[in-house]
Design a protein around this ligand. Structure first.
Ligand code: GAP
Length: 587
């Protein structure tokens, strides 16, 4: 999409009620958007399809956690220390900018991903290419790069004794409830927990309308798996085809995007983890379902320096929001991360609860367990204040290297000092213990999709301009399932009973669950154009023949062709069209 077309889309979005910058009456608030009536309906439909595909069809749970969480949660998760962007302040106008974006936006640098560069290198690149402040054009060479934490801080309750943060990802609300959620799942792995909700990031420079904002919606699935045993059944997505851009291809000259199926991507080792591959397949189907042009869509693997602090491997879903024919402008729509046991281990060690699953063995196993029971009446007088640490060191040594207790004496190191203890004073013994299972920390596979970016890209990819009856027309070719309104109902004119009949028909269609709008203002052509602009796939007109023979015309948005349909079959026909069970040409 060119700048001009992007601007047209944003104007259409405001004029027709999709989205607008919030608080315009107070000068506007950067990075915050309000969804209008069309946008709120579109967003709800997009979220419903996500819920259907990622939660209901997969048999996963859904939760709804708070958006504010206390500081210890983010100490444990690593967000307090590691969730930073690089900030550079202009010495002239004092505007703050994301230093990595300034580098990426200058084609001379040839750097497409600057987020993974060290701050010192960012300073060097800014100086080397004489990069300037995007606001006032002043040179930024020599300006210090600061690490800026993206979380919004608040106080929970009066005073400042209990700091809290607006969640920067919905995921933490799921992880911290893991012990209880595991109970709901009857402690059986694998199980998945989904959540759709708001997340907050105090972005240094929000930009590109909905694409980088400070409050946005995420749809996340945290899938808890046993890394030793669980494997996905790939059969349902094996034939899903997509474009893959592996890390190795990004780093080598001539490396390119590989178009292949999920099954082949796994077989050829393009996507190493089968769980990630499975959800790439599910997501490709979902992005297609909500109206993305899959020729302008790809999965790109993170290069090692790009990985988030919690992630072992990650693929992004990316959509191109440039005008076809121009250089692609890829934006990240979603991340598919293998978080391993990072989050559960952190919350396990920072909290009072256990973040593990007790895995029952098929048959109990007997294991030999080396133990010590040191004689403190010997260690105390012998080693004084170090006696307790020596006892602990003996316990560790028994577990790690029981053979060390085979001689007369055993030696342990405490604070760089060696302590030698007669084995008979250590109480060393090997006990036989029968165990029925073990505690394991599940690994996490996380598809995390941004709703606002998906919605914006669906609008971008469905934006069309053409000519109808010699007149310029703009329309949104949104899939009927997600379009804010499914049917527009018009009387040819609001007289001779046509208006009453059309209102009655609109009401009857609403009663079947369809999203219907009624419009009797202006010429019929204008009413079609209004519905085309908000992506309404079907318009139904009540005319004089309706009063005679009980039929109406139904018009298809994209082709503008019309058919005559009996009112009794209209609801069923529209339903079949929306479900994709019938083609408009076959009516
Ligand atoms: N729990 C993992 C996580 O939060 P992420 O890649 O940081 O991963 C996931 O975010 C998705 O959230 C992104 O792919 C993007 O679609 C969306 N997102 C992140 N920051 C955003 C922002 N400032 N504005 C709009 N969407 C954003």
């Amino acid at each position: 999409m060119t700048q001009v077309e992007a601007q047209r889309l944003v104007e259409l979005a405001k004029r027709r009620g999709f989205f607008l910058q919030s608080a315009g009456a107070y000068g506007g608030i950067s990075g915050f958007y309000t969804y209008g009536p069309q946008g709120a309906a579109l967003k709800r439909n997009v979220e419903d399809t996500w819920r259907d595909r990622f939660a209901i069809q997969e048999g996963h749970m859904e939760v709804d956690a708070p958006t504010v969480l206390p500081e210890p949660v983010f100490e444990a998760s690593g967000h307090l220390d590691g969730f930073d962007d690089m900030l550079v302040e202009c010495p002239e106008c004092s505007e703050s900018h994301r230093a990595d974006h300034i580098i990426e936006d200058d084609p001379d640098t040839g750097i497409e991903e600057a987020e993974s560069l060290a701050p010192e290198r960012v300073e060097e690149v800014i100086a080397e290419y004489e990069l300037v402040c995007p606001t006032c054009g002043t040179g930024l060479a020599g300006q210090a790069i600061e690490q800026f934490n993206l979380m919004f801080e608040t106080n929970i309750g009066p005073g400042s004794s209990s700091p809290g943060y607006l969640r920067p990802e919905t995921a933490q609300g799921i992880f911290i409830e893991f012990p209880q959620l595991a109970e709901y799942a009857r402690n059986q792995l694998p199980f998945g927990v989904t959540q759709i909700g708001r997340a907050y990031r105090n972005e240094i420079s929000p930009r590109k309308s909905l694409l980088r904002v400070r409050e946005f919606s995420q749809a996340e699935l945290e899938l808890f798996v046993d890394p030793e045993e669980d494997e996905p059944d790939l059969s349902s997505v094996a034939d899903v085809s997509a474009r893959f851009y592996p890390a190795t291809a990004q780093d080598c000259e001539g490396g390119g995007v590989i178009e292949t199926t999920i099954a082949e991507a796994v077989d050829h080792g393009i996507v190493a983890d089968p769980w990630i591959a499975y959800y790439l397949g599910v997501a490709a189907e979902w992005y297609d379902r909500i109206g993305l042009d899959m020729d302008r869509f790809r999965f790109r693997q993170h290069r090692p320096g790009e990985l988030a602090h919690y992630s072992e491997d990650c693929w992004d879903a990316e959509g191109d929001v440039s005008d076809p024919g121009e250089d692609p402008d890829w934006i990240e729509l979603g991340g598919f991360a293998y978080r391993a046991d990072y989050d559960l281990s952190k919350h396990d060690s920072h909290s009072e609860e256990e973040f593990t699953i007790f895995k029952q063995y098929d048959d109990p196993v007997t294991v030999e367990t080396p133990t010590v029971d040191p004689d403190m009446s010997y260690l105390g007088p012998e080693f004084g204040g170090a006696a307790g640490d020596v006892a602990a060191a003996l316990e560790t040594l028994a577990a790690d290297d029981p053979d060390a207790f085979e001689g007369e004496e055993v030696t342990v190191e405490v604070d760089d000092e060696s302590y030698t203890v007669p084995v008979e004073q250590t109480g060393f013994a090997v006990e036989e213990v029968t165990e029925s299972g073990e505690h394991v920390t599940p690994h996490v596979v996380e598809p995390s999709l941004g709703i606002d970016r998906a919605l914006y890209t669906a609008l971008d990819h469905s934006y069309r301009e053409d000519e109808v009856d010699g007149e310029q027309r703009t329309y949104l070719s949104l899939p009927p399932e997600v379009a804010p309104t499914t049917v527009g109902v018009f009387p040819l004119m609001d007289k001779d009973g046509l208006g009453e009949r059309a209102r009655e028909l609109a009401q009857d269609l609403r009663a079947t669950g369809l999203a219907v709008t009624y419009d009797d203002s202006g010429a019929i052509g204008r009413r079609y154009r209004r519905q085309d602009e908000v992506g309404t796939p079907y318009c139904v007109t009540v005319d004089y023949d309706t009063l005679e023979d009980g039929t109406v015309t139904i018009r298809d948005r994209d082709s503008t062709t019309q058919r005559r349909v009996a009112i009794e079959t209209l609801g069923a026909t529209i339903e079949a069209l929306v479900e994709g069970e019938q083609a408009f040409e076959d009516i």
